[in-house]
Design a protein around this ligand. Structure first.
Ligand code: ADP
Length: 345
């Protein structure tokens, strides 16, 4: 593994609780790991610890097989072989595109006309803009400069801290694709910090979900979405409802039908079954046991809120063109490809 983080714990001098607690993860060469979680969960702290801007009290970080941080060892940021791309790009306003990109290079190659600068400018699609200053560039172009500056010294790993949050939504999607393509093409290993699960899903090979400084789950995007290992992850990465159920006769009995007892919970166990709106199908029925109490038009889909006879709410995602008025009574069919159960606490 190119990056190995083991038992990392960090408490800020003014902090009362750890910003990171016993964090463990690895990143394979040429892959992208996304650190995902809500604001304040420790994402930036984790990235800064890897970069060498924060010193954890416990644990070890290895980059490219070399220990860069442990109780006995400390390698300063400039010798770790990491490239950073910051949220605000942090370009030097008084330097041109080419000079910004040359900035991080070793003295002998630190010229705006050096081959590595020329190649990197071509790589990120900024040919012809070498002499422009940052204020003469669009947000997307500025981001390409920031990426080029991080890539030019050929780092072992690129660390991206919420790099798309300053772009408008259209540009964000395009830049995600471009950055991902450039990272793939150059075989670059990367860690992307984001609070946006769509961004993590779109870009990551694996996702580490953090909650209050702790790792909740480390998995592929598909597994994080379909088989979340905790209710926190289930809620954080998409709309999720939790229906109460009970194990009886080898099945989970719920208000909306029977489900497989995945995990073989003992008879009589009370569980919550996670249901995603994409697994819930509704059809008007009179008089149905359930009723539509809300519709949210989201462009590509309609998200319906359904009131069950018990008073519990459930959500259903229907095609954009399937429009039922609020108040319609419906039958519900849940076709879940992945059953996720959490024993009731
Ligand atoms: P995220 O990037 O997920 O929003 P951070 O890593 O910035 O989270 O912060 C994690 C926790 O550490 C938060 O509770 C935050 O308030 C705290 N924190 C971050 N930086 C400092 C600091 N320099 N001093 C004290 N506490 C900090």
């Amino acid at each position: 593994m190119l990056i190995e983080v083991t038992h990392l714990s960090l408490v800020y001098p003014t902090g009362t609780v750890p910003a990171l607690y016993d964090l463990n993860f690895e990143v394979g060469e040429g892959t992208l790991l996304s650190i995902l979680g809500p604001s304040g969960c420790g994402k930036t702290t984790a990235l800064r610890a890897i970069a060498g801007f924060e010193r954890p009290q416990r644990g070890e970080i290895r980059i490219g097989g070399r220990t860069v941080c442990s109780p006995e060892q400390w390698v300063p940021p400039e010798h770790r072989g990491v490239g950073m791309v910051f949220q605000d790009y942090a370009l030097f306003p008084h330097l041109t595109v080419a000079e910004n990109i040359a900035f991080g290079l070793r003295r002998e190659t630190r010229s705006p006309s050096s081959p590595v600068v020329v190649d990197t400018i071509k790589l990120v699609g900024l040919k012809g803009m070498e002499l422009r200053y940052p204020h003469e560039l669009s947000g997307g172009q500025q981001q390409r400069v920031a990426l080029a500056r991080a890539l030019a010294p050929k780092p072992i790993v690129i660390l991206l801290d919420e790099p798309f949050s300053n772009l408008d939504p259209d540009m964000r999607g395009q830049m995600r694709e471009e950055v991902q393509e450039i990272l793939h093409r150059t075989g670059t290993t990367a860690i992307l910090v984001t609070h946006d699960h769509d961004e993590a899903f779109a870009m990551a090979d694996r996702i580490a979900v953090l909650n209050s400084g702790r790792l909740e789950q480390l998995d592929t995007p598909e597994a994080i979405y379909h088989t979340p290992s905790t209710p926190f992850v289930a809620n954080f990465v998409g709309q999720a409802d939790f229906l109460p159920g009970r194990v009886l006769n080898g099945k989970i009995q719920t208000e909306v039908g029977l489900f497989e007892n995945v995990g073989g919970h003992r008879s009589g166990t009370d569980v919550d079954i996670m249901i995603r709106p994409d697994d819930v199908h509704i059809a008007p029925a009179s008089p149905g046991g359930a009723q539509i109490v809300g519709r949210l038009f989201r462009g590509s889909e309609n998200l319906y809120t359904i009131l069950l006879p018990s008073g519990q709410h459930l959500h259903s995602s229907e095609p954009s063109t399937t429009v039922f008025p609020v108040g319609t009574t419906v039958d519900i069919k849940v076709i879940a490809t992945h059953i996720v159960l959490f024993p009731r606490q």
